[in-house]
Design a protein around this ligand. Structure first.
Ligand SMILES: Nc1ncnc2c1ncn2[C@@H]1O[C@H](COP(=O)(O)OP(=O)(O)OP(=O)(O)O)[C@@H](O)[C@H]1O
Length: 265
C-alpha cells in the first residue's frame, strides 16, 4: 500500500505540489492525470523518495519512505521515471540484470535464478529477441519496454511509472497496461491518455496547478464538467463494452453534431 498524506513539494524556493494525498491499496493501479506542468512527475518523485516532501508524509505499508534506504527501498519500489538512463554501452540483458541488484548481497555474483528472471521479464514485454542488442541502439519504444522489463526483474511489490506508454505503439500501450494490471503489484502510474487511464486504472487522482482536484474511480473523476474545467476540452463519456471511454472535441470549436445540424438545415 502506498499512502501520501498532504504532500507539498517543489524545487528551489517554490512549491509545485501543494497538499496532495493519494492511497493505492494492495494490488491497486492508481493513475495520476492532469495537464502538462500540473505536478504529476514532481508528486511521483516524492513517492520514491527522489524528492523529499516539504510537508506531509509518504508511507509504504505504513512505514515512512524516508526511513527506507538503498537496497531496502529498491526491494520495495521499482520505478520507470521520465529520465531515461544514459545510453550506457551495455546489452539489453545486462540492463535488465541491473534490476536484480537489490536482490543480491553486496559483491555476490548473479545467479542462474537472476538470469532466468531477466529472460522471463524480457519475454513478458515482448522483448526476448532484443536480449543481445546494445541498449543504446534500440528505438524509443523498445527502450521503454526494456525499462519495464527491468522493473519486473526487480520483483518489487510497489511500482511507480511515469508515462510508461511514451513511445509505445498502440498495441504495446494496451499490452503494457494490461500486464501492469495483471501483476497484482501496487502501482501508481502517470498517464496522459485519459482513455487508457479509464480502462486500466482502478482509481484516478487528477491534478491541476499542483493540487488534487478529485480522486476516485475513473467514472467519478472523468466527468465532462471536470475535463472542461481542468483541460478546457469538451468530452463525451461513453460506455463501450462496459468500459468508460471519452470522445473529445476542443471546447471553443463547434461540436460535430452542431455542425451536422447546421449542414442539414
Ligand atoms: N527539476 C526541476 N527544477 C525546477 N522546476 C521543475 C523541475 N522539474 C519540474 N519543474 C517544474 O515544476 C512544474 C511541474 O512539473 P512536473 O514535471 O511535475 O509536471 P507534470 O504534470 O509531470 O508535467 P508534464 O505532463 O508536462 O510531464 C513545472 O512548472 C516544471 O517546470
Amino acid at each position: 500500500m502506498i499512502t501520501a498524506t498532504d504532500v507539498s513539494a517543489g524545487y528551489g524556493g517554490g512549491l509545485v505540489v501543494r497538499g496532495v494525498g493519494l492511497q493505492a491499496d494492495h494490488g491497486e493501479v492508481v493513475g495520476l492525470i492532469g495537464p502538462n506542468g500540473s505536478g504529476k512527475s514532481t508528486f511521483l518523485r516524492t513517492l520514491y523518495a527522489a524528492l523529499p516532501p516539504r510537508t506531509g508524509l509518504v508511507a509504504l505499508d505504513h512505514e515512512p519512505i524516508s526511513e527506507l534506504r538503498g537496497n531496502r527501498l529498491a526491494r520495495r519500489v521499482a520505478v520507470v521515471a521520465q529520465e531515461s538512463p544514459s545510453d550506457l554501452p551495455v546489452s539489453v540483458a545486462d540492463m535488465v540484470l541491473l534490476g536484480r541488484a537489490p536482490q543480491r548481497r553486496a559483491l555476490a555474483a548473479f545467479t542462474r535464478e537472476d538470469h532466468q528472471a531477466v529472460a522471463a521479464a524480457l519475454s513478458r514485454v515482448g522483448a526476448r529477441d532484443l536480449a543481445n542488442r546494445r541498449y543504446a541502439t534500440l528505438s524509443g519504444g523498445e527502450k521503454q519496454r526494456v525499462l519495464v522489463a527491468r522493473t519486473l526483474a526487480q520483483q518489487a511489490d510497489h511500482l511507480l511509472l511515469d508515462e510508461p506508454t511514451n513511445h509505445l505503439d498502440i498495441r504495446y500501450q494496451h499490452e503494457l497496461l494490461r500486464l501492469v494490471g495483471q501483476l497484482g503489484v501496487t502501482t501508481v502510474v502517470v498517464l496522459h491518455d485519459l482513455n487508457l487511464a479509464a480502462r486500466y486504472c482502478d482509481k484516478l487522482v487528477i491534478l491541476k496547478d499542483g493540487q488534487a482536484l478529485a480522486a476516485g474511480t475513473p467514472r467519478e473523476v472523468l466527468t465532462a464538467q471536470r475535463l472542461l474545467d481542468v483541460y478546457g476540452i469538451r468530452a463525451e463519456p461513453m460506455d463501450v463494452q462496459g468500459c468508460l471511454q471519452l470522445v473529445f472535441s476542443i471546447a471553443d470549436e463547434p461540436q460535430l453534431h452542431d455542425a451536422g445540424a447546421r449542414a442539414a438545415r
